[in-house]
Design a protein around this ligand. Sequence first.
Ligand code: SF4
Length: 726
Amino acid sequence: MNVKRLLGLDTNAARYTFGVDPTVGYTSTQRMADEWIATTCGYCSVGCGMFIGVKDGRAVSVRGNDDHPVNRGMLCPKGLSEHHTLAAPGRATTPLLKKNGKLAPTTWPNALETMVKRFKAVQDAHGPDAVGVISTGQLVTEEFYALGKLVQLGIGTRNYDGNTTLCMSTAVSGYKRSFGSDGPPGAYDDFEHADVIVLIGANIADNHPILCRRLEANPHGTLIVVDPRVTKTAMLADLHLPIRPRADLALLNGLIHVVIEEGLVDRDYIAAHTTGFDELRESVREYTCERVAEITGLTPELVHRTALIYAKARSAFIAWTMGVNHSTKGTETVNAINNLALITGNIGRAGAAPFSITGQCNAMGTREAGFASSLPGYRAFENPDHRAELARLWHVPIERIPDSRGLAYPDIIEAALDRRIRALWIIATNPVVSFPNLNALTQALQGLDFLVVQDGFHPTPTSEFADLMLPAAIWGEKEGTYTNSERRVSKVNRACAPPGEARTDFDIFLDVAEAIGVRDAIFPGWEGPRDAFEEWKRVSAGRLCDYSGMTYEALDALGGIQWPFPVGATNPEASRRLYTDGVFQTSDGKARLLPTTWEPFPEQPTSDYPLVLNTGRTVEHWHTRTKTAKVPILDSLVPEAWVEMNPRDARMLKLKPRERVDVVSRRGRVRGIELRLTETIAAGQVFVPFHFAEANANEATQGAFDPISREPNYKQSAVRVERTMR
Ligand code: SF4
């Protein structure tokens, strides 16, 4: 393969086209497609490569891309049925404006003019920051980049955040504190190269299913799964540590304590590449195996043995997801993971990394190019050099670049509750199902002067609150890029047109800028996503997330490229891992070892609420089911919510399997869901999937947040379970 040519470094390069007929070897049904469009899955952050089969302008099939380095042809049930989302019932097809209390069709010009007028009226009366914007991890990076510019330089509010704060902001904060920058250091290949793989709070069998195939490719590696439940992933483990809820931070400090006491640290790595070791050693003294055993429910011997297994590995890989992130101690837990990796030198090598697995298909894109918790290109609001650099790149005065971030997602909701925020623009997310403590959220939305909801579907539980509904294109109907969990930027391509009058989010952002009168100033000469990509390449140049050497053509042909990939780079393998030289993004180039402190979770069980509620996902559904409820095969596999309970608790409560029960917390009640009795959950705990608007687990969850990342503590709420009254 002529990589140089694909990267545009060969001036004679012709436009790349696939040299192989992608339908070779497939069934006659699949061959019904006239054309196969290469793209990337739009659900989770694994970032599987696939083809959409198109016939007569409609998506009729999908299949995995055998040549894609991420999934090697495989897809999970959601990916395999993804084309059904495009022609699903309930697609939003026309702008709707509320009139006499009801949403009614309107034109795009009137919709945009009304939106801009109402936002301006709010800002004139209450200040620029009285408008808030909440976006998503579902857009393409080009759209995030455009939206960030539009919000900050066009609308002029700092109060912009994404639903990524509900899932990944903890990993971002943890990486920034330890390494000086966001950015997962490892790669999926590490699953295959590691001697020891530790998964903490990461049920990848349900949440990131194709990654399980990487475990299969490493039959000699030892898999340790740390999870209060015996999840499908725990069933794959060589060693399952069924810790008590939120005991992860104590366990990690206990492992660090043992590693230090046993002299298993990598002294050379610590001396050359870290600061803070003495303080860390002092801070973990109290985390003896006996104390950690009391907190976690494991035995002291098991804590000790686990530490030795990890520290004696030639390469050890720790990956985590929401079990760690969804916690008021989440950022500190990420720092403890990073501490353990750093003191054993398990970073920057094959099979060795502390690796956050992201949730949404392009949560990483908004982290890199958005304008929410960082300035674009992982620049810091508080760094004057970073602001000056951005101002220079955008030809605007430095005063236009804010020197601090605005409100995070939960704080935008709180500001709406107390009327500091009066107008809100919600893009491609469904907080009425996904936000914790639903009652507070609905009060906030009802109290707004003006709510704009932009989504590919209507009605959704959130769009029903809207004063203005903007219909948007979804995956399969637009072009751009996604970044997956291993920093791989992959191409997303359009296979068919959006329905009715729906437009791409990118076009909507350009049109809003036009209506405000700033389009030429902030999007000079832009016509399509490629223009945004070219500008973003310049803005990212020289940063850790450097895209400047990429081209759309190379991304299409190679199945994505991991950043950093600067101008002139020709070897996509060179960016497989970060920090291979041990130089971090801090002022002195050294990683920070940070003391952390375990605390019990905030809402402890009581006699009225004696059980600990855990929430999570199932493989068949995606987030709030806006899409997957409309895919018949997925909906028929898992049509409704349930609660899992240990049989001992059920006996005490005199409940029988398959009875209808309510899960009740101080804040609300999840009504009439099926009771499933299983030993996979410990006595004293219950589990409810969070996908279902009809039986919304977030009726019961609490409004407690990590003080650093602002991520919600979804995982442990005190509840009781009682028979549903008819
Ligand atoms: Fe899509 Fe994730 Fe399934 Fe891959 S694992 S097909 S990216 S949902």
